[in-house]
Design a protein around this ligand. Structure first.
Ligand SMILES: Nc1ncnc2c1ncn2[C@@H]1O[C@H](COP(=O)(O)OP(=O)(O)O)[C@@H](O)[C@H]1O
Ligand SMILES: [Mg+2]
Length: 441
């Protein structure tokens, strides 16, 4: 009998176990073997159907998504990987950092930490020594990163229930303004770092040459036509970004430390939208920081609670997409956590464009970890992820029963995995403090 016919008689035989390389996560129940996660190794292995090392992790709150990524990061450290947590909205990575001897960086109003999302990043170094072609190449990368972020920040704001429009004219104005502010327009050998408040101020008092460059007939026309753009930037400067992302970066990450994390819990009181905006700034800044890295610098870049950014709207999803898509290809594993696949569809946007963006975004991670979900998410598991019905049932039933149970979907291969935590890891990943506190008299 051929291998085609064999499964009819032995239907319970499924994918073979994965090779024992990388982080040992727990038990794979189809093969009854230990389960090892090694995303970069999987890319190199022609027998495993993944072509990028990125991971999306979905699941209801409390199903063990964060614990899984923390255990994964810890266990990959033995293989030389370091961890970068781009935004920790609940400060839950702090204990992990301190255990590893690293002080997490707190971001919040009234604290000295500033992160400039318009930082040049390592690409801006030694600008005066670059030849013209290389300078142009780098400028394209840097300016387009800034524009994507600004488009996301502006387009996430609303007029009524519509997003603030951001079209080619807005892009032209911002691009010209950024070039002017940095000195790129003048072909300077040293570029000046700029910030969102400086950008806003320049647009509010546009110099003649900016007005001309953007082909407006007069300063008056410039001001009239850019009112919405200026007001949106102004709102950011006075609102979500104030005291956090509005000045030059004050931190210098030690890339040799085992972990680095940016704690955001102080922003919680400002609301989900502010946290979403903060995550967007951090994601973009983090991408910049990783644009150049030492050879052999292997890192897991964690984006926990990504849904807060994604639900700001289509422009925020596009910005997230760009950050993942353009992230460093070699050595970095992008690990993004959301609740459910439709988070990528961006709130309320049911257009086919939004669906196409979500599907594209899903393709950026060939590995998906599916923790427990409610029955009502079953449809989207099938439609967005193409999960077969039997596997969908596992996600809504078996995985739902205990944290740590998940399907690991590698391309079209499905593994049924229980992640085991050591007693020490249980303490490091414990996130039910509030519940415990409520129970005690
Ligand atoms: N594999 C596991 N084994 C035992 N407990 C786990 C496991 N995964 C998670 N937990 C516990 O469940 C709780 C919720 O996990 P968490 O990772 O914070 O969920 P999520 O990030 O999905 O909201 C935590 O207290 C954690 O310690
Ligand atoms: Mg979590």
């Amino acid at each position: 009998m051929t291998a085609d016919q064999a499964p009819v008689l032995w239907p319970l035989i499924t994918s073979p176990a994965l090779p024992p390389r990388g982080a040992q996560m727990g038990l794979e129940l189809f093969s009854r073997c230990s389960f090892f996660a090694d995303p970069n190794g999987w890319v190199l292995d022609p027998d495993i159907p993944v072509s990028n090392p990125n991971v999306f992790c979905f699941g209801k709150p409390g199903m063990g998504k964060s614990a899984t990524v923390k255990a994964f990061c810890l266990r990959m450290m033995g293989f030389g990987y370091r961890t970068l947590v781009l935004g920790d909205p609940k400060d839950e990575y702090e204990i992990l950092c301190r255990t590893l001897g690293v002080e997490p960086i707190a971001v919040g109003q009234g604290l000295p930490t500033r992160i400039n999302p318009l930082d040049f990043g390592p690409l801006g170094r030694h600008w005066d020594r670059l030849d013209a072609t290389e300078a142009r190449r780098r400028a394209t990368v840097v300016f387009s990163r800034w524009l994507t972020l600004l488009r996301g920040l502006v387009g996430s704001q609303k007029v009524g229930d519509r997003p603030v429009p951001f079209g080619p004219s807005e892009e032209t104005v911002l691009d010209a303004a950024l070039q002017l502010l940095t000195g790129y327009t003048d072909g300077n050998t040293r570029l000046t770092e700029t910030t969102v408040p400086l950008l806003w101020r320049l647009l509010d008092n546009p110099p003649e040459r900016l007005v001309e460059e953007c082909r407006f007939a007069s300063v008056r026309q410039f001001l009239d036509d850019t009112r919405l753009l200026r007001d949106s930037l102004g709102k950011l400067v006075h609102g979500s970004l104030r005291g956090l992302f509005d000045d030059r970066t004050t931190i210098d990450l030690d890339w040799t430390a085992p972990i680095q994390s940016l704690s955001l819990s102080r922003l919680e009181a400002l609301g989900d939208e502010a946290v979403g905006m903060a995550l967007m700034c951090l994601n973009s800044w983090g991408r910049a920081m990783r644009e150049v890295a030492e050879p052999g610098d292997l890192r897991v870049v964690v984006r926990d609670e990504s849904w807060k950014q994604l639900r700001l709207g289509t422009e925020a999803v596009k910005s997230f997409d760009a950050d993942l898509r353009l992230s460093r290809r070699d050595g970095d594993i992008q690990f993004a956590i959301a609740h459910k696949p439709s988070d990528l569809l961006s709130a309320g946007d049911t257009t086919s464009q939004a669906a196409a963006i979500a599907k594209d975004l899903l393709h950026l991670a060939d590995t998906k970890i599916l923790h427990g979900q409610d029955q009502k998410v079953a449809d989207e598991l099938q439609s967005l992820l193409g999960l077969p019905p039997a596997a969908t049932d596992l996600v809504t039933d078996w995985c739902r029963q205990t944290p740590g149970r998940a399907l690991w979907v590698l391309g079209d291969r499905i593994h049924k995995v229980v992640t085991y935590l050591t007693p020490a890891e249980r303490e490091l990943t414990f996130t039910n403090q509030a519940l415990l506190g409520a129970r005690e008299p």
